[in-house]
Design a protein around this ligand. Structure first.
Ligand SMILES: Nc1nc2c(c(=O)[nH]1)N[C@H]1C(S)=C(S)[C@@H](COP(=O)(O)OP(=O)(O)OC[C@H]3O[C@@H](n4cnc5c(=O)[nH]c(N)nc54)[C@H](O)[C@@H]3O)O[C@H]1N2
Ligand SMILES: Nc1nc2c(c(=O)[nH]1)N[C@H]1C(S)=C(S)[C@@H](COP(=O)(O)OP(=O)(O)OC[C@H]3O[C@@H](n4cnc5c(=O)[nH]c(N)nc54)[C@H](O)[C@@H]3O)O[C@H]1N2
Ligand code: SF4
Ligand SMILES: [Mo]
Length: 684
């Protein structure tokens, strides 16, 4: 099994471990035991040898001189970045002793794991760690930072994370890229659309910002932030009014069509135009184009759901393909995510039955700042891995205050001394995904891939699974489940998974073949959806029971707690992956500067011109960026790109400004619903 590691030279297969829908097949080129080049694997059926620029430059991150090599203990003040080297034994003993004392004195809930998908490997991100923290009885983390609102909204309509298979989209005739910056965030969706374009397909992009994706579109539709539900309802109104619906499909596969038909009568083009800023004629043209083109596919992005009304927005858009019966056609439908097809046996992997504290409290990760500052039953220790909350979590001033607490015992396991690790008491070095065994399930295409170790662990670094095995031993937990090997963990997740789409997938077969496809991916129809009715729910009783309007309904964004004039949309950028790469010189150089885009009508009254340094602020914090003035962004919104590293002396943490309110559904984040003021500052 260790053959790739032992191979000093040559080219070996791998999978990209980053939190990106494409989940590319890679080739790692080795010389003298080191990876010297990363390219795409032309054999991968979907990604076909093309990879993004940031991962082509991955070796600069893997072998960055700043990469952590050994465990460390803090010797300066929190945040000061002064540490000294310690042994693994000492690190693990220190953590175990501290945790034993906390459990005895304050209960196991005083300990909180904080993690996300810095490495998408399933046993790394949600495997042995879950077993360990279940046994410990720690507080649970609700992992809501990415797609919780949208997943909940889509589930009300469709029952689960099931969408169009990208491999059928060469047949698609109309793509609507809705709130997604595909060119940067899902590049193979662009390649597939390009293929379809050669057969005459059209691409529409609906966004608040005409970024690289908007510029690539055949038709760019600018829209006011947070008003997309209104546009979806306006399209529904016109589809019904103009007889463009597929009534046979609606009768067979949906519930609530008559209620919806009646409900959308009030969403007239005039009303929709007033709210969205999309001209009436464009709304009519868009509805007609959508109603008359088959197959069409809506690629639903994350931009929509990072708003207070984001769950409902995805819920509403997910109704559209049903109205024109798109699910019947290869290449038709919508794609928010496809993780349902590759769902593995999470209970067998994570073992919730090991929970020593079945009633452990749940902390929403979007409110980690608040949670760390709460006086009642305080969190006394936090273990952070696969995430960088000091940069990525909303309302970062609060997060920082929490991390500064002298009485908080913080452990960070990462490849780098991140902004979060700067506050740690103990820092543990993590292996990269190319040093580990794991299995990867895309949330966009239909392939499962196995990663086997390709290089030796860097310095003294260890994988997540190994760290939790060590901690289990040091805590005195003798359950054999806490010492399971990586192969056993993968087997538990896959071998008897209760998911018909992967019934053939086992660890052994995967090890033999490298990757495997979900064995049935298309027959959403005719078939039974995992909704209460088994059909697409245009009207949802479950929503009513959960306190939501049962039909898609437009709810305006709140003004924010304080009435600042501009809506701030701080999304990701092209060359970083969330905050990953933001600390690597190569990738920083590719992005040059953190910038903010303003409409001339917002910039001129403030005396702001392109190139000016500007200060953005609100009641939560401030941030200094370089202005770009132009009508590529809608009036009233300011857009930044990238979660830049918070190097000492800089003020470029965009999350200093973002709200930690939760969205309408799923406890999701509202990164894009905050408001700010902007002013020009003189260059120093
Ligand atoms: N290069 C790169 N790729 C990535 C990532 C990365 O950081 N860098 N991150 C990965 C992760 S974890 C995720 S979740 C995805 C996210 O990638 P996407 O799904 O593309 O989501 P975002 O980039 O957050 O937002 C997409 C677009 O929504 C727009 N938007 C914001 N508010 C609204 C609105 O109210 N209405 C409309 N119509 N548009 C709006 C923004 O301007 C932006 O262009 O990308 C993944 N891929
Ligand atoms: N303003 C704003 N904020 C956002 C977003 C936005 O669009 N705007 N997007 C949000 C979204 S969609 C997401 S998904 C989150 C993502 O937020 P995070 O999940 O925190 O993602 P990263 O910033 O990439 O940090 C991942 C960390 O994991 C580390 N890591 C990688 N592999 C391993 C491993 O094997 N083991 C361990 N222990 N560590 C590892 C990396 O070095 C890196 O420091 O950010 C959210 N924050
Ligand atoms: S980040 Fe995305 S596009 Fe780039 S190599 Fe990884 S999976 Fe492919
Ligand atoms: Mo995400």
């Amino acid at each position: 099994m260790n053959s790739y590691i032992e191979q000093e030279n040559g080219v070996v297969p791998a999978v990209c471990s980053l939190d990106c829908p494409d989940q590319c097949g890679l080739l790692l080129h080795k010389e003298e035991g080191r990876i010297v080049k990363v390219t795409g694997d032309p054999e991968h059926p979907v990604t076909r040898g093309n990879i993004c620029n940031k991962v082509r430059k991955m070796t600069d991150r893997l072998y960055d001189p700043e990469r952590l090599q050994y465990p460390m203990r803090r010797i300066g003040a929190k945040g000061e970045r002064r540490f000294e080297r310690i042994s693994w034994d000492e690190a693990i003993q220190t953590i175990a002793e501290r945790w034993k004392a906390l459990v005895a004195e304050h209960g196991s809930e005083s300990i909180l794991p904080y993690s996300y998908y810095g490495n998408m490997g399933n046993i790394t991100a949600e495997g042995m760690d879950r077993r360990f923290f279940n046994r410990l009885g720690a507080s649970l983390l609700d992992q809501t930072i990415c797609n919780a609102a949208g997943a909940a909204g889509y589930r009300y309509t469709m029952g689960g994370s099931y969408g169009t298979d990208p491999e059928t989209m060469d047949q698609t005739k109309l793509f609507i890229m809705w709130g997604i910056n595909t060119v940067s965030t899902n590049m193979h969706q662009v390649s597939i659309a390009e293929q379809a374009r050669k057969q005459g397909a059209k691409v529409v992009v609906i966004d608040v910002h005409k970024n690289q994706t908007g510029r690539w579109a055949d038709w760019f539709v600018p829209i006011q932030p947070g008003t997309d539900t209104m546009l979806a309802l306006g399209i529904m109104h016109l589809l019904f009014a103009e007889g463009l619906t597929d009534d046979a499909f609606l009768a067979a596969y949906t519930v609530g069509v008559e209620e919806l038909r009646e409900h959308v009568k009030t969403y007239t083009p005039a009303r929709v135009s007033e709210v969205t800023g999309v001209p009436e004629a464009d709304i009519r043209e868009l509805a007609r184009l959508y109603g008359e083109t088959t197959p069409s596919c809506i690629r639903i992005g994350n931009g929509l759901q990072h708003h207070d009304n984001g769950g409902m927005c995805i819920r509403a858009i997910a109704c559209l393909p049903a109205l024109t019966g798109q699910w019947q056609y290869p290449g038709g439908g919508a794609l928010k995510g496809n993780s349902g097809f590759l769902a593995f046996d999470a209970a067998a992997l994570q073992r919730p039955d090991l929970r020593s504290n079945p009633n452990a409290r749940v902390i929403n990760m979007n409110q980690i700042g608040r949670a760390l500052l709460q006086a009642e039953a305080p969190i006394r220790s936090m273990f952070v891995y696969g995430s960088n909350p000091a940069v990525v979590a909303p309302d970062s001033e609060k997060v920082q205050q929490g991390l500064e607490r002298e009485d908080l015992f913080t452990v960070v396991h990462d490849l780098f001394l991140t902004e979060t690790a700067a506050y740690a008491d103990i820092v543990l070095p993590a292996t990269s995904s190319y040093e580990n065994t794991d299995f990867y399930t895309s949330y966009w295409h239909h392939y499962i891939q196995l990663q086997q170790p390709v290089i030796q662990p860097y310095g003294e670094s260890k994988s997540n699974t190994e760290v939790f095995r060590l901690l289990a031993r040091a805590m005195g937990y003798d359950e054999p489940e806490l010492q399971a090997s990586d192969a056993e963990l993968i087997g538990a997740a896959l071998d008897d998974a209760p998911n018909p789409y992967i019934e053939e997938v086992t660890y052994d077969r995967l090890a033999e073949r490298g990757y495997m496809r979900a064995n049935r991916s298309e027959p959403l129809f005719p078939g039974k959806l995992p909704t209460p009715s088994g059909k697409i729910e245009l009207y949802s009783k479950r929503m009513l029971a959960d306190g939501h309007p049962p039909l898609p309904t437009y709810v305006p964004l709140p003004l924010d707690e304080e009435p600042y004039p501009l809506r701030f949309i701080p999304g990701p950028n092209h060359n970083f992956l969330n905050s990953t790469f933001s600390n690597n010189a190569t990738h920083q150089k590719l992005e040059k500067q953190p910038r903010v885009f303003l409409h001339p009508a917002d910039a001129e009254p403030r005396g702001i011109a392109s190139g000016d340094k500007v200060r953005l602020w609100n009641h939560r914090g401030e941030c200094v960026l370089e202005a770009v003035v132009g009508d590529q962004v809608v009036q009233g919104a300011v857009v930044s790109q990238g979660l830049w590293s918070a190097e000492p002396g800089t003020k470029r943490l965009v999350n200093a400004l973002t709200p930690d309110r939760l969205s309408d559904m799923g406890g999701g984040a509202t990164f894009f619903s905050g408001r700010v003021e902007v002013e020009r500052i003189q260059a120093p």
